[in-house]
Design a protein around this ligand. Structure first.
Ligand SMILES: [Zn+2]
Length: 282
């Protein structure tokens, strides 16, 4: 299979479907990450050009670690992504060239204008992928990919969990991925949250997790933890505990610490039970 994960920014795919990407690569599938923006806006000290260059290096390191292809639309500045016709056509061509079986994207209701535009662009491109007279310079696909959204916490409407996966075996790699995004996780995001990052590589890495990843926490304890990257992944498991138990059974489902969750976008090919078993054999 070819799987295309489309985020507005470098770190959107990493945090929301990094484990799934890793699982697919392990199974021999081809995984592509697209960041529709260049990351220029994500720093308070570096200039936009310096930030873009730093983010490009960090994303290249993530690509190497995961064994994926990583594209960044380096001419699209952060906070400037718009769901216009030109960008839609660019995305149609981009998706057709890869011709993925599965696309994963933002939902179009989200706090960040780039996330909303990114999700909207994927929706707008979806049907056009198979229309030959739209962007005739790149052959249309014969079949629509399955399209899914990754999890978010927005409530109007609520994210619906159609697929949840146990990602306990990927917690270390997901934390390594986070750790590689130095300018983001240790500089920019702490600045926006008014947080102080501890000195020293080991100390700051522990701080980044926000919890002891070798220890069991109840769902109530996880939900009460304030912040942290591992905490974020643990909260997904706590949030969808019922679905994890339904899928994996009481014994295993109750013990899963980290999860990723996905919602089906109704504009892609339907995710039949057969396809679901084939695409998510985890
Ligand atoms: Zn983002």
């Amino acid at each position: 299979m070819k799987i295309l994960m489309i985020g507005a920014h470098q770190d959107d795919n990493e945090f929301r479907c990094g484990a799934l990407a890793h699982k697919y690569v392990q199974l021999g599938h081809e995984v592509y990450f697209l960041s529709m923006c260049n990351g220029c806006g994500g720093h308070h000290i570096m200039t936009p050009a310096e930030t873009t260059a730093a983010r490009a290096k960090e994303s290249a390191a993530v690509a190497k670690l995961l064994g994926i292809t990583y594209d960044v639309w380096d001419d699209v500045n952060d906070c400037s992504l718009v769901a216009d016709l030109e960008t839609r056509r660019r995305l149609i061509r981009y998706i057709r060239r890869i011709s993925p079986d599965l696309v994963i994207a933002h939902r179009p209701n989200d706090y960040h204008a780039d996330h909303r535009a990114s999700g909207q662009l994927v929706q707008d491109a979806s049907y056009m992928l198979i229309v030959p007279h739209e962007c005739p310079d790149v052959p249309a696909m014969r079949e629509m990919p399955v399209i899914m959204y990754y999890e978010d916490g927005f409530k109007n409407p609520n994210f619906r969990c159609d697929v949840v996966i146990d990602t306990d075996s990927e917690i270390d790699i997901k934390m390594q991925i986070a750790d590689l995004n130095v300018s983001q996780v240790y500089e920019w995001l702490p600045y926006t949250h008014g947080e102080t990052v501890p000195e020293g590589a080991a100390e700051r890495f522990e701080w980044l997790k926000g919890m002891d990843t070798t220890k069991w926490y109840s769902d109530e304890e996880v939900m009460a933890l304030p912040r942290g990257t591992a905490v974020r992944f643990a909260k997904t498991a706590a949030r969808f505990r019922k679905e994890l138990i339904e899928k994996y059974g009481e014994e295993r489902g109750a013990k899963i610490r980290y999860a990723e969750a996905y919602e089906v976008c109704e504009y892609g090919s339907p995710l039949t039970d057969e396809l679901k078993a084939q695409m998510f054999p985890f």
